[in-house]
Design a protein around this ligand. Structure first.
Ligand SMILES: *Cc1c(COP(=O)(O)O)cnc(C)c1O
Ligand SMILES: [Zn+2]
Length: 469
């Protein structure tokens, strides 16, 4: 169906060009009813009052008493214009920070001033998920949903739970797998009062189940198959550009789990270019953990491509059959990206095409060492987030990223999300190290900051301080 056939300014559209079916934004869909592919939120930009320069967003900084201007998502409302102002849900998300980190930059192999960290840990629930959740909640409010559900490795559930608790708009229902959720995240879901359903199985199982339950029970699904969520996540890129004085960096490096973030970044840049707000698109690097490396395997090793929308999905099915046959499950300490069947795979392939992207995988050792460097640099993050820094380092080593390129690594979640991994890395307790990290193939804590044990005696303490400071 042609875009011109619609009279609405925002609608949902199947991402497969061969299908292209469109649906009203009032419909609740997580895939195309005609062909099963993913859906986009599409805008009729020609008829929308789209901004002709970035200034309109800067001007909002003066109106921070307006919740929509304060929000790091809704400050960019004109670039995700699916919700009328009165439907917008915000709890102050997106107050994030882009900073140059020369310490981490040195570790990555970059020249001074070039490595930037986009710290999404500052969001209300401590991860980037809040960007998307505020958009999903705005849509849910438009259509009058009363219950929302998600499957989660932890952060989506924490985000859903806090939006439910603050707004009281919906009852939150969370599906988690057994054993693989970090306590920082689980504690948030419980504390904020969400209904938490733990099923036997892993994230991929929980994801498949929640889709079924949500569609049969008419519960609003807030996983990133929800196209409205990804609209909110586009704003991470808008804030990166804003922090760089609207200059486009050379590289965006992001961890890849369900691939919603990477997908939304590609859409953000494609739209900004379409609107003439940027004339160049940064390259995208999506980083998998080696223990959950479906995208790396399919894109990097097996040549799977978006191919203008004519993706040959046969290798994907074949690969998933292989996983089943071998009983292979996603397995990484970076629990937020411990996913083997990324729901946004096809959209991510499109983003990789738009952004001339690359995919790499990093080991547990590389992730934890990078995480320690990020912590020492002052912005603590959870293991999954550090995959971006570890991946950047790998790409600099390979000469794919130049030492003088301007690079932005996305730190997706806060350090306190997963304190176990951090303590186990820095511990002097070899047994704890072996239990948590050694068993996962981490052989050393290259940048451990070990506690110094002394007796409770003044002279011993003075001696220790003299020796170590
Ligand atoms: C959800 C999450 C990811 C993965 O993001 P996707 O959009 O699913 O690829 C990475 N890091 C953290 C901290 C997350 O919460
Ligand atoms: Zn379709």
């Amino acid at each position: 169906m042609a875009v011109a056939a619609r009279t609405d300014l925002a609608f949902q559209q199947c991402i497969a060009p061969a299908c292209g079916a469109t649906f009203s934004i009032d419909e609740v869909l997580t895939s195309c009813p005609s062909c099963g592919n993913l859906l986009d939120v599409t805008y009729d930009w020609d008829r929308l009052p789209a901004p002709s320069s970035f200034e309109v967003f800067e001007r909002k900084w003066m109106r921070r008493s307006d919740p929509l201007a304060l929000s790091g998502v809704w400050r960019f409302h004109e670039l995700l214009p699916f919700a009328p102002r009165e439907s917008v849900v915000t709890i102050g998300e997106g107050q994030t920070l882009l900073s140059v980190s020369d310490g981490v930059g040195r570790y990555v192999g970059m020249n001074a001033g070039q490595l930037h960290l986009q710290y999404e840990g500052l969001n209300p629930s401590g991860s980037f998920k809040d960007n998307g959740m505020s958009a999903a909640f705005s849509h849910a409010r438009m259509i009058g949903a009363t219950r929302a559900a998600c499957a989660s490795t932890g952060n989506t559930s924490a985000s859903l739970a806090v939006y439910c608790a603050v707004t009281r708009l919906m009852r939150g229902i969370i599906f988690i797998g057994s054993g693989k959720i970090s306590y920082g995240k689980l504690s948030q879901a419980l504390d904020y009062g969400a209904l938490t359903i733990q099923i036997t199985g892993d994230f991929d199982d929980a994801m498949a189940r929640v889709k079924e339950v949500a569609s049969k029970m008419g519960i609003y699904l807030v996983n990133s198959v929800n196209p409205f969520r990804l609209e909110g996540q586009k704003t991470i890129m808008f804030r990166v550009l804003e922090s760089l004085g609207w200059e486009v960096p050379d590289w965006i490096v992001v961890p890849g789990g369900n691939l919603g973030n990477s997908s939304s970044f590609g859409k953000a840049f494609a739209e900004l270019r379409h609107l003439g707000l940027i004339d160049r698109i940064p390259r995208l690097a999506v980083i998998n953990a080696a223990g959950a490396n479906t995208l790396h395997e399919l894109f990097h090793n097996r040549g799977l491509r978006w191919n203008g929308g004519h993706t040959d999905l046969a290798p994907v099915c074949h690969y998933y059959d292989e996983l089943d046959r071998d009983g292979k499950r996603a397995d990484t300490l970076a629990s937020a990206i411990e996913i083997n069947r990324p729901v946004n795979l096809n959209k991510c392939l499109r983003a990789l095409e738009v952004c001339d992207g690359v995919v790499r995988e990093v080991s547990e050792q590389e992730i934890l060492d990078a995480k320690a460097q990020v912590g020492a640099g002052g912005l603590g993050c959870e293991p999954a987030s550090a995959a971006s820094v570890a991946g950047a380092r790998k790409l600099v080593n390979e000469g794919v990223i130049g030492r003088d390129d301007r690079v932005v690594c996305i730190l997706t979640g806060h350090q306190l999300k997963d304190p176990n991994a951090t303590v186990a890395y820095h511990t002097t307790d070899q047994k704890l190290f072996n239990e948590v990290l050694g068993s996962r193939g981490v052989s050393r804590a290259s940048y451990a900051n070990r506690a110094v044990s002394v007796g409770n005696r003044f002279d011993e303490i003075v001696q220790a301080i003299d020796l170590y400071s």
